[in-house]
Design a protein around this ligand. Structure first.
Ligand code: URA
Length: 229
């Protein structure tokens, strides 16, 4: 891995702070100063910061109940990000697994384990994502059938996989989809003649959002939850 990535993950500093440390000559290997942040290193080497051995922490796995108004990114020049909501010494090692739009709420996963996030996001895995969808206008019976059968959204190579649809009320439905196309739910609902007014992700695969987490709150996943993927 890159030296700056290693230093960032081992210390909990951001990537740019780690780069500054490296350029300042504070990182050594066998008493030789390592000054190139992009140098590739083996994480098991005895790399030191001011004579303290650096080691990578255990991977992190978090669920966040994402509120509206924050972007699903770990850094952004202009807008608050989901990472701003997380207080953890190693939060800079996290990445987002399956983004939500800025105005979407609910279950968002963050991890530092790339293999784990790949298992969730890989298209061939077809992991279901369940959303509570609030609509501007009620859908007809045939619109619901179209959602269930799959819809060819403009600009996409393939139609959406058959979705699972359960009406909660005239203006609310629970929708499970199996891809992560850009604005997929909003585009599917628009294609069948309505509009999404609120969108909340409740579940990814077998993993449900913890009902005890208020909007903006997060917690680490249990071993059993991690092992679902
Ligand atoms: N589909 C959308 O349209 N938006 C989201 O945030 C998630 C799925």
């Amino acid at each position: 891995m890159r030296l700056d990535q290693f230093v960032s993950q081992a210390t909990g500093l951001s990537r740019s702070q780690a780069q500054r440390l490296i350029k300042a000559g504070a990182i050594t290997l066998h008493d030789q100063v390592l000054k190139n942040p992009s140098q590739h290193i083996e994480p098991h080497l005895p790399i030191q910061y001011e004579h303290t051995l650096l080691t990578l922490p255990q991977p992190l796995y978090l669920m966040l109940n994402k509120p509206q108004g924050v972007v699903s990114a770990t850094s952004d020049a202009h807008q608050p990000t989901v990472l701003d909501l997380i207080q953890h010494p190693h939060k800079h090692s996290l990445h987002v697994v399956g983004r939500l739009d800025k105005d979407t709420t609910g279950l968002l996963l963050l991890t530092s384990d790339g293999d784990w996030s790949h298992r969730i996001a890989a298209p061939r895995k077809q992991i279901g994502k369940t959303y509570l969808v609030t609509l501007a206008d009620a859908l007809t019976h045939s619109a619901l059938k179209q959602l269930e059968q799959g819809i060819h959204l403009e600009g996409e190579k393939r139609p959406t996989s058959p979705a699972q649809v359960a009406l909660v009320s005239d203006l609310q439905l629970r929708l499970t989809i199996y891809e992560g196309m850009y604005h997929q739910v909003k585009r599917m609902i628009a294609a069948v003649g309505s509009k999404v007014v609120a969108l909340h992700r409740e579940q990814i695969g077998e993993l449900s959002l913890d009902k005890d987490l208020a909007l903006g709150e997060w917690r680490e996943l249990s071993y059993e939850e991690r092992a679902l993927f």
